[in-house]
Design a protein. Structure first.
Lengths: 253, 481, 435
């Protein structure tokens, strides 16, 4: 589904990603971990097409299309969804109005007819249950005055509405208390099918107790330096990242 | 260059839509400002002596006044002697019937999308059109006169209804209220007059459309609205000007008088030429608008969408004199490129149980400066008065400025005054977030800006709201980046 | 500088002369001597100082307090606790302080998710922590506490610990012939991913004059979530100053709910330092004052890093000759872009003589932030009152119904059911007494 080959990216001339290789197949969950500044969020942003990052080398194909040539909105319409680390607030625009615009623009791109108000609302009602989101919240301005937990739940709710093929969760668990974490993880798990895939970027191993990954990758200095199963995450939790750093420097000396 | 910047370039370089001008034969006063010019204007308009005296008295006072400098706007000193104070298209007939208007002039308005032809015009809106210094025609006069509603040009009102004009002219904004109001009183050339008799609910929106066409000409119009007991009227004002390299002056006065239980709703969509993207040219818009809720339970509501003008200086205000009277001010002020706006309101609570509500939404883009200046004053006698003010600023880009200057003066301990202020910024983050959900950048800006201004736009009459929404998107689209 | 300085120092000397070297373990001797010099240098604030402009607690202490030492511990403290209704209705980890002295026997024992140590058992790293968050130069009363505390406690909530039960921090206070001043001190460390609620209450054995000067420090590690509830419901001769400071690491949350319902003069300083990204600092408070009670809440949130938020809501209901002071500072530093900071202070004045001073203060150096503040001061909504009465509700109950709704917004921030219910009841009761 997603194939990243030798991906290099820089911001304002300084390189952040230094040759990422990653293959993701339908039905898989990949977790990406790594110390602060290792490039985790950059990778998520580059895949979604954030303009500040310049891709200097390598390729990214998604469903056999070169997505690096696509605008952010076309990548979204192709089925890439980014759950933002810091969901953006948009004053005055209700979540409902925002989502309806998004859903219908995505449908238009896919050659589907727009959803009318009734169908849209019933779809919303159905998906709301998934993340236990309060309907009152959705009539308010997008993310405005939402608590941290509500913002993250709203991201997963949007994910449910847009039905992406590839979801990238960028530190969706950061800042959540245990109850909210369970709700978010449960939502993500329910949206999992054999046809879609998920990339989970996280700072805390704890999330992986709730969203169990098929693969864990450790990102360090813009490269995937170690890949493994869930056990790798546990090992990281126990030993910290210094262990990886030592191992790497040991290998090169 | 990022994509957002490209859109910014594309859209901000978009030309001002109404920037054309038309050549027509005009009746003009000589350039300059002195007592003789005032006499010239007054005699041109065949005014009675009392009005000339009123003008001359204002002029005398004005000469002793200084230009105000407290507003947060900067512009080179205006040479008032280099302006022309009267310019009127030569009309073959003196008739004010639409059917008698020079077809050439009608074409100007057709081009602006305003049809003066009553058959083509939306039912439910009566229009008075003011071109440069004079009113060129008023629609639906007959329909309105059956109800006793007077809606005509100011000059016509002076001739036809001198007692009413004499009674109310200057009663809300005295001739010597401030520098620009005094100047207006001295040289005003025309405007609209509107009188709603007791108990009448005006069945259609009344509207004045202002257009400056001639070069080097100041526009000084005066609007006077009188709503008698238990009456209601909704009044709209729109304006455009040609695109010229030099600045032009517009110093208008609007007075509203609301008697017992009367309600006046005054809406403005101001789209004077703002100057080009380098800040060259544009209208200096120095306007005094004030309403008095003279009677108990009366209500005056100002709604303004300000998108044009190089410099705006404007504070539509309410004097809440009658007990239980209500004043409202809803404003969206947008500045882009080098525009400067210093706008807001004054709510003066005099009567008991008076209420006021202020909702101000400033949007600044480009290198513009946008200031809210508002005063809430609760006088000693104004027991149980309430005010709620909300002043939001939205910044687009990092070279513009938003400023808030609230003044609160409470002299009665039972007053309840609330003030809320927010400042936020639309940036690439919001656009990218929308993009990531599949929404294009242009749609994203429209969505964001209209969402932000919704509370104010909702106050506008339907036909105007759609226009205003388009205007906002046009003024701002792509300013993000 | 002349007359007032003299007066400042009068109180400093009274304190310094009665309390010499109280740190029995000697571990914190450096802090104590630094605190002493700091006090010597600054003295106590007078009305001339901006920070204490409306609250002359210095003078009040001089007027009302006679013994500047601490009282002896209470003997029958077990019986006292047993007799306390609120204490008995709450379950959780108990931390009992007897006139400021930690009662290890009556307190809960450490376990895997809660570790408590008196200061005398601190290791050398832990010693350095004390006074590192609420530094002695922040407030003269912090310096006084640092110099004067007898035995503090350090509480650790280990990494990943999710405390199902709250921590109950209980002070039993009783002035005696020996002293009338108590200086409780605590340091809390919340490890990564931990979660806990602290409920702080004070039990007074009598209503004789007493000065309570508390300091509390919170070090909250990444993704930890702490809720702190404090009830101030003392008596009309209680003078109190509390200084609470917290440091937040990335993804951390600190929520404070403070209810001030009684006392003679109380001053509460609450600081939240947002030291990293994605933090949330919440500050909520109610002050419901009658008689001559004077309550001053100073809050301070310092946004140093981007993408964090703070929410503040303080509400006041003032009657009789009471006085409320609110001063909320929000700092948003240059690097703290994308900060959301909200502050609201609403007040209802029910009598002509009640006084309220409110001063919201925003200082913003970053340019891409969202900050708002609002404050209201007014009477009860007469129209709403009339509406209720027109529906047959008596004037008194209509009044308390409206006031209760006003206060409810803050009470709803308390998530511990039993404690919330207790607070609701006393607020109700107090509102019912308002004529």
């Amino acid at each position: 589904m997603l194939s990243i080959k030798n991906l290099h990216a820089a911001i304002e001339g300084s390189p952040i990603l230094n040759g990422i290789n990653l293959e993701i197949k339908a039905g898989e969950v990949h977790a990406i971990m790594g110390p602060n500044g290792s490039g985790k969020s950059t990778l998520a942003s580059v895949l979604a097409g954030r303009e500040e990052y310049e891709v200097t080398e390598g390729s990214v194909t998604f469903k056999n299309k070169n997505i690096l040539e696509l605008s952010p909105e076309d990548r979204a319409r192709e089925g890439i969804f980014l759950a933002f680390q810091y969901p953006v607030e948009i004053p005055g625009v209700s979540s409902t109005n925002f989502l309806r615009t998004a859903v219908n623009q995505v449908r238009e791109y896919r050659g589907q007819s727009p959803l009318d108000a009734v169908k849209f609302l019933s779809l919303m009602k159905e998906k709301m249950k998934l993340v236990e989101i309060d309907q009152k919240l959705l009539s308010r301005a997008l993310n405005e005055g939402f608590s941290g937990g509500e913002k993250k739940k709203n991201e997963i709710f949007q994910m449910a509405m847009l039905e992406p093929t590839l979801s990238i969760l960028d530190e969706t668990d950061s800042g959540l208390d245990i109850d909210a974490l369970k709700v978010v993880a449960n939502g993500v798990n329910q949206l999992k099918t054999k046809d879609n895939a998920t990339i989970v970027v996280t700072h805390y191993q704890r999330l992986l107790d709730y969203i169990v990954p098929d693969f864990v990758h450790v990102l360090y200095k813009g490269k995937i330096v170690k890949s493994g199963t869930k056990d790798l995450a546990l090992e990281l939790e126990a030993k910290g990242y210094d262990w990886i750093k030592d191992e790497l420097s040991g290998a090169t000396v | 260059m990022s994509k957002d910047n490209e859109i910014l370039e594309e859209l901000t370089s978009r030309e001002y839509e109404h920037g054309w001008s038309v050549d027509y034969e005009a009746d003009e006063a000589p350039i300059g400002l002195n007592e003789n010019i005032i006499r010239w204007i007054s005699s041109k308009k065949e005014e009675p002596q009392w009005l000339l005296d009123w003008r001359l008295k204002a002029f005398e006072q004005w000469r002793k006044m200084d230009e105000p400098t407290w507003a947060n706007v900067h512009y080179p000193k205006i040479d008032l002697q280099s302006l022309r104070y009267y310019s009127a298209p030569k009309q073959k007939s003196k008739s004010k019937k639409i059917s008698d208007i020079d077809p050439e002039l009608l074409k100007i308005y057709e081009r602006l999308g305003i049809s003066l032809n009553e058959q083509k015009r939306l039912q439910g809106v009566a229009v008075d059109v003011v071109l440069d210094s004079v009113s060129v025609g008023t629609t639906f006069k007959d329909t309105l006169s059956k109800l006793g509603v007077i809606f005509c040009s100011f000059s016509e009102a002076v001739t036809e209804h001198p007692d009413l004009v004499k009674k109310y002219l200057g009663s809300v904004v005295p001739a010597t209220d401030n520098y620009y109001a005094a100047l207006n009183a001295a040289v005003f050339s025309d405007g609209s007059f509107c009188y709603i008799p007791k108990g009448v609910r005006c069945p259609m929106e009344l509207s004045t459309y202002f257009r400056i066409n001639a070069a080097n000409t100041g526009q000084f119009e005066r609007t006077l609205i009188v709503a008698e007991d238990q009456s209601y009227v909704s009044y709209l004002e729109g304006c455009t000007a040609p695109q010229r390299d030099e600045n032009q002056l517009h110093a208008a006065v609007v007075e509203i008088y609301a008697a017992k239980n009367a309600e006046v709703k005054y809406s403005t969509v101001q789209n004077w030429y703002p100057g080009d993207k380098n800040g060259k040219g544009g209208i200096y818009n120095f306007v005094t608008k004030r309403g008095i809720c003279a009677g108990d339970n009366s209500k005056i509501s100002w709604t303004q969408v300000e998108t044009g003008s190089a410099v705006t200086w404007k504070y539509p205000s309410c004097i809440l004199k009658g007990d239980n009277s209500i004043g409202e001010f809803y404003s969206v002020a947008v500045t882009n490129n080098y525009q400067q706006a210093d706008t807001g309101t004054k709510m003066i609570h005099i009567g008991k149980n008076t209420r006021s509500r202020i909702v101000s939404k400033g949007i600044s883009a480009g290198k513009s400066q946008n200031s809210y200046r508002g005063q809430v004053q609760v006088m000693k006698r104004a027991t149980n008065s309430r005010n709620f003010s909300q002043c939001d600023s939205l910044l687009m880009g990092d070279q513009c400025g938003a400023h808030t200057f609230p003044y609160i003066d409470i002299q009665n301990p039972t007053a309840k005054v609330e003030h809320e202020a927010t400042t936020s910024k639309i940036g690439e983050d919001q656009i990218f977030y929308c993009n990531q959900r599949g929404i294009s950048s242009e749609d994203a800006v429209a969505l964001i800006v209209n969402g932000y201004a919704k509370e104010v736009l909702n106050q506008l009459p339907m036909e105007f709201a759609v226009e205003a929404q388009k205007l906002l998107a046009l003024t701002l689209e792509g300013s993000v980046g | 500088m002349t007359v007032s300085t003299k007066k400042d120092h009068q109180l400093v000397e009274l304190f310094l002369s009665t309390q010499a070297n109280l740190d029995k373990s000697g571990l914190l001797i450096e802090l104590k001597s630094a605190a002493k010099s700091s006090l010597d240098e600054t003295g106590f604030p007078t009305l001339k100082e901006e920070e204490y402009k409306f609250t002359n607690i210095n003078k009040r202490i001089l007027d009302k307090i006679k013994k500047y030492a601490s009282p002896n511990t209470v003997n029958n403290i077990g019986d006292v606790l047993e007799a306390n209704q609120l204490f008995n209705s709450l379950e959780g980890y108990k931390l009992i302080r007897n006139n400021g002295v930690f009662e290890a026997e009556l307190s809960s024992k450490s376990d895997g998710s809660f570790i408590v140590k008196p200061f005398s058992d601190l290791n050398s790293d832990e010693v350095k922590e004390i006074g590192s968050i609420e530094t002695i130069n922040k407030d003269p009363f912090t310096a006084l506490n640092s110099y004067s505390f007898e035995s503090g406690i350090r509480v650790e909530i280990p990494e990943g610990a999710i405390l199902e039960q709250p921590i109950l921090l209980v002070d039993v206070i009783s002035a005696d012939a020996n002293g009338e001043c108590v200086h409780p001190r605590a340091y809390f460390h919340a490890g990564k991913n931990s979660q806990a609620t602290v409920i702080e209450i004070t039990i007074f054995l009598d209503e004789s004059p007493v000065f309570l000067n508390e300091v509390q420090e919170w070090n909250i590690e990444s993704n930890a979530h702490i809720r702190h509830y404090k009830l101030q419901d003392g008596h009309k001769a209680e003078l109190g100053v509390s200084n609470t400071s917290s440091n937040l690491a990335r993804d951390a949350t600190f929520t404070s709910v403070l209810l001030s319902l009684n006392g003679e003069m109380l001053r509460n300083n609450l600081s939240i330092n947002i030291n990293d990204t994605n933090c949330t600092g919440n500050m909520y408070g109610i002050y419901m004052l009658n008689g001559k009670t004077h309550v001053d809440n100073h809050t301070n949130v310092d946004h140093k890093m981007p993408h964090s938020e703070s929410n503040e809501l303080y509400k006041g209901i003032l009657t009789d000759q009471s006085r409320g002071v609110f001063n909320g500072k929000i700092f948003v530093r240059k690097d703290a872009q994308k900060t959301n900071a909200f502050q609201q202070n609403n007040n209802i004045l029910l009598s002509e003589e009640a006084i309220l001073n409110t001063k919201p203060q925003l200082e913003i150096w970053a340019d891409d932030v969202k900050c708002s503040h609002g404050c209201t001061t007014g009477q009860l909504d007469e129209e709403a009152l009339f509406y209720l009465r027109a529906r047959g509700i008596g004037k008194e109950s209509a009044k308390s119904l409206l006031l209760y709704a006003f206060a409810g917004e803050v009470l709803d921030k308390i998530t511990h059911e039993t404690f919330k219910k207790y607070c609701e009841e006393i607020v109700h009761e107090r509102l019912g007494a308002i004529k």
